[in-house]
Design a binder for this molecule. Structure first.
Ligand SMILES: *Cc1c(COP(=O)(O)O)cnc(C)c1O
Length: 457
């Protein structure tokens, strides 16, 4: 073991022998070996074989300001020198944690003035479950415990996060969901809309919430959670009628509305938050990923005054928190990241320039014989591959064709993710129009290769 090796095989062998990857079939990964990513700059990555890759996924939907941002590195360095860690449990705080809470209050919609920090999106959503239930207890409505979510939602991988999520394959491995979490249909017009127009279908999908509330009993329902645009489920942009109807139903039955901004937040849809773009007025917001552009892990639950005031005035001690809640180094990087986003006007660019350009170029792929639907908003989009464009018939089994396409992308130096047979793009917000052209050109050639593979089978 004293031989220092820097070869790809060395890292792959070590990885294979000792590293269990998330959401991965280790046996099949170990047969081929993991790709070793060694460097990033802007929207590009390099692997240990020297291949340059354009990152169409911003890491895992998070590297919003791209790789190699020195200001973020320096912010971490400075804070590490001064105070690498202190907790927020002992009636203590740190400067970065308080400043971040205050800055988040400025960039979130009016009425959001309080942040609870955690370490990941999953932990933020776990916090939501506990906070919402606590809120109703404090209000004297202790029967209000059930949280309604949606099929195919993604809210993380902890017990509560995975339970809130609507991924069947996750529920199957772990006796989930935990009690008190129910699911309704997702607003996925392309799959579920049938003969309805998107607008009609949006009302129908939202109506499923009212049906579920009445089935459970409104006096037992605590909240509804949804991603403004479902991310991991396949970039599902709901019809325009959907969110206003959800809002109306939540208000009618006195049910808290929680938006999971983990992907949509920090500029992805062309505003600071997805709820700004989609016109949602939530009670709580969970956020993570883009908060530090992925440079360090941190998350927050932003709590509207109407909830926070009750918890603060009448709630006493909230028996919940994490060692790393408000971690000063992560908070310092989040502050530097938000500052950089403001100074470069990146969100305005996503809204008026690169976002519309990306959507327009992406929609050109709709004419491709494999493509059933292209959907998206801002700098997030999906290309859904189907067997028959006219009848909207899907491939069976689902996911095979998506995987073929994804493998072509990886081999061609583009990271485009497959969710079943939807190809997903969510590039860093700093992507230029030329780089968007490169993504689209590579995506098209991979669609062609995929079509040839299917034809020759
Ligand atoms: C990624 C994600 C999460 C979970 O975040 P982690 O940091 O992986 O725990 C929650 N919600 C949404 C919408 C996500 O995309």
């Amino acid at each position: 073991m004293n031989m220092i090796s820097n070869s790809t095989e060395h890292w792959q062998k070590q990885d294979c022998d000792h590293h269990l990857h998330p959401f991965t079939d280790s046996k099949s990964l170990n047969k081929k070996g993991a790709r070793v990513i060694v460097k990033g700059e802007g929207v590009f990555l390099w692997d240990s074989e020297g291949n340059k890759i354009i990152d169409g996924m911003a890491g895992l939907w998070c590297v919003n300001m791209g790789y190699g941002q020195q200001e973020l590195v320096e912010a971490a360095n400075r804070q590490m020198q001064e105070l690498p860690y202190y907790n927020t449990f002992f009636q203590t705080t740190t400067k970065p944690a308080t400043e971040l809470a205050s800055v988040l209050s400025e960039i979130t919609p009016p009425g959001f003035n309080r942040a609870f920090f955690a370490g990941s999106g999953s932990e933020a959503n776990d916090t939501v479950v506990r906070m919402v239930r606590r809120y109703w207890d404090v209000k004297g409505c202790s029967k209000k415990k059930t949280i309604i979510s949606r099929d195919n939602a993604y809210h993380g991988s902890t017990m509560a996060g995975a339970s809130l999520g609507g991924m069947k394959y996750m529920h199957e491995q772990g006796e989930l969901p935990i009690p008190g979490i129910k699911h309704i249909m997702q607003p996925y017009w392309y799959h579920l809309g049938g003969a309805l127009s998107p607008e009609e279908f949006g009302l129908k999908a939202a109506g499923a919430l009212e049906e579920k509330i009445l089935e459970i009993g409104p006096e037992k329902v605590a909240g509804f959670i949804g991603e403004p645009v479902q991310g991991a489920g396949g970039v599902i942009v709901p019809p325009a009628t959907y969110w206003p109807e959800i809002q109306r139903i939540c208000e009618k039955y006195d049910i808290l509305l929680i938006v999971d901004e983990v992907i949509c937040g920090f500029g992805r849809t062309g505003n600071w938050f997805g709820c700004d773009t989609l016109g949602i007025k939530p009670d709580l917001m969970s956020m993570a990923k883009g908060m530090t552009s992925g440079y360090l892990p941190i998350s927050a639950v932003m709590v509207h005054d109407r909830i926070a005031d009750v918890l603060i005035e009448d709630g006493g001690e909230f028996n919940h928190g994490f060692t790393y809640s408000g971690h000063p180094v992560a908070a310092a990087v989040a502050l530097a990241n938000i500052e950089l986003m403001k100074r470069t006007n990146i969100i305005e660019a996503v809204k008026t320039d690169t976002g519309p350009y990306f959507q327009q170029r992406l929609r050109e792929l709709e004419s491709h014989p494999l493509v059933g639907e292209v959907r998206g908003i801002g700098l997030v989009g999906a290309i859904e591959l189907v067997k028959n464009k006219e009848t909207r018939e899907l491939f069976d089994p689902a996911g095979e064709v998506g995987t073929i396409c994804r493998d072509h992308c990886f081999a061609s130096g583009l990271i485009m993710r497959a969710t079943s047979d939807s190809m997903i793009l969510s590039p860093p917000l700093v992507i230029t129009k030329n780089e968007i052209d490169e993504v689209i050109q590579k995506a098209r050639s991979c669609l062609d290769m995929t079509a040839r593979d299917i034809a020759s089978k």
